[in-house]
Design a protein around this ligand. Structure first.
Ligand code: HIF
Length: 278
């Protein structure tokens, strides 16, 4: 297969998404989470972190508690990497997120190759940059403002919790956000506004919010989006207007995957300079 044939890589990713003995029969949601966690370590001020370098290959980042369970996503992609050894892990992980979103009925997210893996272990971003789901609006803002997002973009991105589920043995939280967790839609926003959410201590002693039947869940950070008036305005808009949500989500996710990615030779110099300051 010719180096640089990203269409072929996309096709190979699509083939590993159905996983009959995993979760809801799909690797899609955990691939989206891998792309986001690979990117979400970015710090705008220092220019460190982000998807470039695929630093989650290193133990320090892989063992950040926030990344529990992402070994599944990385393993699902192993056969694709074997088939296309020329693609960087940094490109593969981000591309897999984009392919999974589209595969599950979501919008087309712009994606450009050019991330490299040549980042030494000593430049891995420190643990603790990813968000903590037990917190509220101030924490969400500090984490996402650090990456360079505004309130509207935070809410648009949050619609990704329409996908997948929480696992007691990974995060301590349990259950899916919506009834069809492998179909991308704006149901998450509708449920946030419409259902009655009850605070409950789950089977492993962690507080979360559940619906009447204990089938669906929300994290404390999800609930902050309806509690905070500025966030709530956007939740209401996206619950009403699916097209607007798809458009804003695609823009937000595309921006997320580009954080800290500087292509070409000057990129390498700048990356080394920024990371040396860590
Ligand atoms: Fe998640 N997220 N996320 N998330 N996330 C989990 C699962 C997924 C946060 C916490 C959690 C985003 C923001 C935040 C996905 C995608 C995105 C889990 C459960 C937790 C605890 C992990 C587990 O137990 O397996 C917090 C605190 C966030 C900041 C508010 C993004 C916007 C919503 C950026 C985003 O894209 C996906 C997909 C999953 C499902 C993974 C799965 O294995 O099914």
């Amino acid at each position: 297969m010719a180096a640089g044939d990203y269409m072929a890589v996309r096709d190979a990713i699509k083939k590993i998404i159905p996983q009959s003995s995993y979760d809801d029969g799909s690797a899609g949601p955990v691939l989206v989470r891998l792309a986001w966690h690979a990117s979400g370590t970015y710090d705008k001020k220092s220019g460190t972190g982000g998807s470039n370098g695929a630093t989650m290959r290193y133990k320090l980042e892989a063992s950040d508690e926030a990344n529990n369970g992402l070994e599944y996503a990385r393993k699902f992609l192993d056969p694709v990497r074997q088939q296309f050894p020329w693609i960087s892990y940094a490109d593969l992980w981000t591309l897999a997120g984009v392919v999974a979103i589209e595969y599950m009925g979501g919008p087309k997210v712009d994606w450009k190759p050019g991330r490299v893996d040549d980042v030494d272990e000593q430049y891995v971003p420190p643990n603790g940059r990813l968000p903590d789901a037990t917190q509220g609006e101030d924490h969400i803002r500090s984490v996402f403002y650090r990456m360079g997002f505004n309130d509207q973009e935070i809410v648009a991105l949050s619609g990704a919790h329409n996908l997948g589920r929480c696992h007691a043995d990974r995060s301590g939280f349990e259950g899916p956000w919506v009834p069809m967790p492998t179909r991308f839609s704006n149901t998450y926003f509708k449920l946030l506004l419409r259902s009655e959410w009850h605070k409950r201590t789950n089977s492993v002693g962690v507080e979360q919010y559940n619906d009447e039947d204990n089938e669906l869940m929300m994290l404390p950070t999800d609930m902050a989006l309806v509690k905070d008036p500025k966030f709530r305005t956007w939740v209401e808009k996206y619950a009403e207007d699916k097209d607007l949500f798809y458009r804003d989500f695609a823009a937000g996710f595309g921006k997320l995957l580009e954080l800290g990615v500087i292509r070409g030779p000057e990129g390498k110099a700048l990356r080394q300079y920024a990371r040396a300051k860590l």
